[in-house]
Design a protein around this ligand. Structure first.
Ligand SMILES: Cc1ncc(COP(=O)(O)O)c(C=O)c1O
Length: 346
């Protein structure tokens, strides 16, 4: 088996968040009620029937994590077991079969090591983004779970997700669209959750914003999350984030940030309803997004209708910077990883 050997002409310092083809991917099939052993294949197109469940009914989920280089050139993953667990939480919500955590981790390791020439160097600030997906590949006509599934894992080198060049991003609080609702699929990483936010994001970008902040779907008042990242703010010196109530994707970055704030920085943490009106008050001094892709992205401004607020002249706030530095230095092992979050692959 041979992959198309790709010449590396990538400028690792100029990467954004677009797909860059790499050489190898992992594929595993679920048939007759069981998963096969899975195999590594050259990265390339796959064949599925037009009647595959994913194509009509959207039975599909995904994950996202990064392989990073440390200063001394080790290849690192950040809390991959949490992605394995969340993959199965999403699979369960979408009536898909579970996928063994160890198999998931081993497959990721193989894909990363085979594609290691695509991992951006330490000082570029980039990473190899790893995308595991599971789709209902079996043919279905009526609305029902597929009887065949595929897991695929591929990767792409990436730079920063938001093009903010050091200053904070500009976010629009949507009065019109929501991302998820009580009893829905908001807590899972299902494909359809993202299809629904393409139009709101496109409209916001046309108006000059980087992304949308979604509100809860019942009151249209409480902050939910940002397109593909969780939301945090500093109110009266406390780190406040929306309650994880089943409508929000429970971010691994968020979970880590809350732990670091509490345990390392001794910043009080509150998980509670946050009305958008609170963000416009003077005691709300900083805001930022967290996510694998977003890392910690400072929020420079928020807008709701005619109301607009700029945080710190759009510069990252002190607490935001401290959390960013602490998290990223643990992720790259510049600091001791006392919580055992980092896996060294090589
Ligand atoms: C909707 C949504 N919220 C939050 C996050 C952040 O989650 P994590 O920190 O695990 O990447 C993501 C990204 O995965 C996301 O898609």
């Amino acid at each position: 088996m041979q992959a198309n050997e790709l010449k590396i002409e990538i400028d690792f310092n100029k990467l954004g968040f677009e797909i860059v083809q790499t050489e190898w991917m992992y594929v595993s099939y679920f048939k007759d009620n069981k998963w096969d052993d899975g195999k590594i294949m050259p990265y390339g197109p796959i064949e599925i029937f037009p009647s595959a469940n994913i194509l009509s009914y959207g039975q599909g989920i995904f994950e996202g994590l990064k392989a990073l280089k440390s200063k001394d050139n080790h290849i690192l993953l950040f809390r991959p077991i949490e992605n394995a667990k969340r993959f199965n939480i999403s699979a369960e919500r979408l009536a898909m079969p579970s996928f063994d955590n160890n198999k998931f981790l081993k497959a990721i390791e193989e894909v990363v090591l085979l594609n290691k020439k695509f991992i951006p160097p330490y000082n570029s600030g980039g990473a190899l983004y790893i995308r595991p997906i599971m789709i209902g590949s079996g043919p279905m006509l009526g609305v029902a779970p597929a009887n065949e599934f595929m897991v695929m894992i591929y990767c792409s080198p990436v730079g920063s997700y938001f093009n903010a060049e050091g200053s904070g991003i500009e976010l629009l609080i949507s009065k019109k669209y929501t991302r998820s609702s009580q009893g829905g699929t908001g807590y899972s990483k299902m494909c359809g959750n993202y299809a629904g936010i393409l139009k709101p994001a496109k409209e916001a970008k046309k108006l000059g914003y980087d992304e949308v902040i979604y509100l809860d779907s019942i009151h249209m008042k409480y902050i939910s999350e940002v397109g593909a990242a969780n939301f945090c703010t500093i109110i009266d010196g406390k780190l406040v984030t929306p309650k994880r109530d089943g409508t929000i994707l429970e971010g691994i970055t968020l979970k880590s940030v809350l732990d670091l704030a509490k345990k390392e920085l001794k910043i009080p943490v509150r998980e509670r309803d946050i009305s958008y009106e609170e963000l416009f008050k003077p005691n709300c001094t900083e805001a930022f997004c967290t996510g694998t892709a977003a890392v910690i992205t400072p929020i420079g401004s928020i807008t709701y209708g005619k109301k607009r607020k700029e945080f710190n002249n759009k510069e990252p706030g002190e607490i935001t910077k401290t959390i960013y530095n602490l998290l990223t230095s643990i992720q790259r092992l510049d600091k001791k990883d006392k919580y055992n979050w980092v896996e060294i692959l090589e």
